[in-house]
Design a protein around this ligand. Structure first.
Ligand SMILES: [Mg+2]
Length: 161
């Protein structure tokens, strides 16, 4: 914490030298938060390095097992509900960008990861859970569609966006 404080102080002095007119308290808090967030991300990256690597198939099976264990399949949703829940994760990603939040950040009270990248990961998690439920092979489906996509013309024949 001391190092963090020193780093914050250094940043403050540097910015003061540059003649930036900022409110002291607000800026120190802002910089402390930025550093704290960076430390959380760094710690998370270190702990994730120890996590075992999984194939798409293993992720799909693991995520579906986890979802069942957590009660999400006690009353199975209809395909339409599942599709909409995937869409809501994409909408959450949109809101993260609209709010100008970093790609990944942590709620400091709950330590829940947030951000555009996390919300899109949520969408993938929901898709994988459903693939696990349907016993579909995600890797094969991606390969099947990409093989066709490769044959499509530039911008699929003139699509604007
Ligand atoms: Mg989400």
């Amino acid at each position: 914490m001391k190092t963090l404080h020193r780093k914050v102080r250094k940043i403050y002095l540097l910015q003061q030298k540059k003649g930036k007119l900022v409110e002291v308290d607000k800026m120190i808090k802002h910089n402390a938060r930025k550093l704290y967030q960076q430390q959380l991300i760094d710690n998370m990256v270190v702990s994730l390095k120890r996590m075992k690597k999984r194939s798409l198939e293993k992720w799909t099976k693991y995520i579906h097992r986890w979802a069942k264990r957590k009660g999400w399949w006690e009353f199975p949703n209809s395909p339409l509900e599942i599709h909409m829940k995937i869409v809501t994760e994409a909408a959450e990603a949109t809101e993260e960008v609209r709010s100008g939040n970093p790609d990944v950040w942590f709620d400091e009270k709950t330590m829940k990861p947030e951000g555009e990248a996390i919300e899109l990961a949520d969408a993938v998690i929901r898709i994988m859970d459903y693939f696990g439920y349907k016993k579909w092979d995600l890797e094969k489906m991606i390969a099947l569609k990409m093989r066709f996509n490769e044959t499509r013309p530039y911008r699929h024949g003139g699509k604007k966006c």
